[in-house]
Design a protein around this ligand. Structure first.
Ligand code: PLP
Length: 367
């Protein structure tokens, strides 16, 4: 059977070369006579793979030496709690900007450990825009400022502007980049912590990457489980217990692939081209396809859209017909409906071209 184009919001497509390498190496990794997932995580071969994965990520994202790169269990969600448990110190409050479902979830989890100050919320706009920084209410007594750089469900992505940074002041800035990790450069002079689950742009689910400025380590609350403690993780090079060996290995293959294919900069350009093609198709459809998000904040990774303003019968027909031609998993998140094309790094340009051609033909056939 031919491979299809999978537009899922995650887990998502991986490059064929990465999958083929993994399949080939599964029985015998680099002449060791066994697969990497059968190997002790304390062994030399495993260690070399583990350290190369970290080194390649550092190179790809140009991560400065004063940041630690951690690979942790529990996906992006466990980091919602880790952020609070590692950063609160003797503070009792933290700042959360709410721009969609994921930042909302992060704040709800944070609220188990501290008083959450909602800096601003985009809820009144149905999360189609980032609240104007002039309206932000940042509490300088909070331990940190948390935001989600790409709202996977609402398709809203943004960078912190100078005006936003002025509002945040000296607070450590924490970014959830689960769904736009490795699709853009990260300014580490502005961020204190960046975290991301792997299963969109980095590999399979089961590992989360945490990139944390060294001086923030060692402030965790006493009650923190050891496995959630960033310092314990850093001190043990992410090998405090048996790590998620398979996802780490797969991410390592993906990072190596990215390095050999033009590095981050090449993937940024492809993401720009793919998302432009899709958004242009909406613009040229005379309102047949629409994306509700403010043009300044449209995501390059997750592109939600409606047909005829949200005609469910036609959208259902679209999904059925798309599935038949190998354009899969285009339904919107159950909480917002409509359609959504997630176009992470693993989605080739070819897939987006095929989608756009299908969309145009569908519009002609279903006016
Ligand atoms: N943050 C964002 C922006 C996400 O999109 C997701 C999952 O889709 C998560 C956090 C949660 O990640 P995980 O499923 O790895 O816990």
């Amino acid at each position: 059977m031919e491979r299809i184009f999978n537009f899922s919001a995650g887990p998502s497509m991986l490059p064929v070369e990465v999958l083929e390498t993994a399949a080939r190496e599964m029985l015998n990794w680099h002449g060791t006579g066994m697969g990497i997932i059968e190997m002790s995580h304390r062994s030399k071969p495993f260690d070399s793979m583990h350290n190369k994965t970290i080194a390649d990520l550092k190179e790809l994202l140009h991560i400065p030496d004063n940041f630690k790169i951690l690979m942790m269990h529990g996906g992006g969600t466990l980091q919602f709690a880790c952020v609070a448990l590692n950063l609160l110190g003797d503070k009792t409050k933290a700042n959360y900007l709410i721009t969609g479902a994921w930042s909302e979830k992060a704040a709800q989890e944070g609220a188990k450990y501290c008083t959450v100050n909602t800096v601003a919320t985009g809820k009144t706009s149905n999360f189609t825009t980032v609240p104007d920084p002039a309206t932000w209410n940042v509490d300088p007594e909070g331990a940190y400022f948390h935001y989600c750089a790409n709202e996977t469900i609402h398709g809203l992505e943004f960078d912190l502007t100078e005006e936003m940074l002025a509002k945040i002041g000296d607070l450590p800035i924490v970014a959830d980049m689960s769904s736009n990790f490795l699709s853009k450069t990260i300014d580490f002079t502005k961020h204190a912590v960046v975290y991301a689950g792997a299963q969109k742009n980095a590999g399979p689910a089961g590992v989360a990457f945490v990139i944390v400025r060294e001086d923030l380590l060692g402030k965790s609350l006493k009650i923190i489980p050891s496995l959630m403690d960033w310092k314990t993780t850093a001190d043990n090079n992410s090998l405090y217990n048996t790590p998620p060996c398979f996802p780490i290995y797969m991410c390592g293959l993906y990072f190596d692939y990215m390095r050999r294919n033009g590095g981050l900069e090449a993937f940024i350009e492809i993401a720009r081209q793919k998302s432009t093609l899709l958004y242009n198709t909406f613009a040229e459809s005379n309102g047949y396809y629409t994306n509700p998000v403010n043009e300044n904040f449209r995501s390059k990774m997750n592109v939600p859209f409606l047909i005829k303003g949200g005609n469910e019968a036609i959208e259902k027909k679209f999904l059925n017909e798309a599935e038949k031609v190998g354009l899969s998993t285009l339904a919107g998140h159950r909480s917002v409906g409509g359609l959504r094309a997630s176009i992470y790094n693993g989605m080739p340009m070819e897939g987006v071209v095929k989608l756009v051609e299908f969309m145009k033909a569908f519009q002609t056939n279903n006016p």
